[in-house]
Design a binder for this molecule. Structure first.
Ligand code: GLU
Length: 325
């Protein structure tokens, strides 16, 4: 036990240091889940998964840790480079990774990407300062907008929306690329007029943005959005329920994607099987670990919003559990 704690300390201190990971492998197998900003939902969702896995450390010898990352695109790149074992990824970014399009247009199709299960819905969420005069997406023209850091999913989806609208970056007044966790502060400080986040609800970031100053959720709809939904299987209509955030009592219509946990073909079957089993066998508890996970449904998780082929370790569990035939 003492040796294990010491290893954990080394691993925690060194983060992704490969030497530490190799040392940990002698005692326990070590897996890292790439997530997103700490005030998003990926980070606590990854934490919920790891919590259930780590509880069985004595029998599984599997140690799970989460890493805060730039988001979906960064997670796909880290999976491709072998820097993380698992990563949470938006369904549109997942599709682009499998096809070698969008943010991965200069890379090969990622044939080794594998699905584990899908997670929560992520509405495309625009939050504006109440005093900025932004009531619709089109009002963002000429305003100071945080379009997201380049490794994030929101940046990728925002670029799709802007292309659908025929906008160039110059149509916005000023563009920033702040990481997700810094957006709410920038909004309430008045450094930006609006932020864009593709995120489950409730999220810490939108909670701060609406609690620390007066901010409004902005609807994202119209013919261009309807066409995006019609043309792409991974986009769908979405609603951010009224009352989720302070000062925003009405439902807000937008479109959205789904989040999924992904891995690669090189991850071993037993590790993936055990991770899936711990989540699905403790499902009620898992759903309570974050309010954005509360509505998850096992049958949807094994089928919806997954583009990459299922990892065989996950498939083994789903067949055993009668979730797949
Ligand atoms: N969807 C965001 C992204 O892919 C992350 C959201 C979150 O961290 O919950 O970058």
């Amino acid at each position: 036990m003492a040796a294990r704690s010491k290893l954990a300390a080394v691993v925690t201190a060194a983060g992704l240091c490969l030497a530490s990971a190799a040392a940990a492998a002698e005692a326990d197998r070590f897996v890292v889940i790439g997530t997103g900003g700490v005030t998003g939902v990926y980070f606590p969702a990854g934490g919920a998964i790891c919590r259930l896995v780590n509880r069985e450390i004595d029998t599984l010898h599997l140690r799970c840790a989460v890493e805060s990352t730039g988001g979906s695109v960064a997670n796909v790149d880290a999976l491709r480079d072998g820097d993380i074992s698992f990563g949470v990824v938006q369904s549109d970014v997942q599709y682009d990774a499998v096809k070698g399009t969008g943010p991965f247009a200069d890379k090969d199709a990622f044939d080794g990407l594998r699905s584990v299960f899908s997670l929560h819905a992520e509405p495309f969420t625009v939050v504006a300062r109440a005093d900025a005069g932004i009531a619709t997406f089109d009002d963002l023209k000429g305003k100071r907008v945080n379009i997201g850091n380049p490794g994030s999913g929101q940046r990728s989806t925002m670029e799709v929306v802007m292309a659908a609208k025929g906008w160039a970056v110059s149509d916005l007044g000023e563009v920033s690329e702040l990481p997700a966790a810094d957006q709410a502060t920038a909004l309430c400080d008045g450094t930006i007029d609006a932020m864009v986040y593709v995120v489950g609800h409730p999220s810490g970031a939108v909670q701060s943005a609406t609690a620390d100053c007066d901010s409004v959720l902005v609807p994202v709809e119209g013919p261009e959005i309807a066409k995006l939904i019609a043309d792409h299987p991974y986009y769908r209509e979405a609603v951010i329920p009224g009352g989720t955030y302070r000062g925003n009592d009405a439902d807000v219509a937008t479109f959205g994607v789904g989040a999924a946990l992904l891995t690669t073909e090189s991850e071993d079957d037993e590790t993936v099987y055990q991770l899936v089993r711990t989540v699905f066998e403790n499902f009620d508890e898992f759903r309570k670990l974050h309010p954005a996970l509360a509505h998850l449904d096992k049958n949807e998780m094994v089928s919806a919003a997954l583009t990459a082929p299922l990892h065989p370790g996950a498939e083994r569990y789903y067949r055993e559990a009668g979730l797949m035939r």
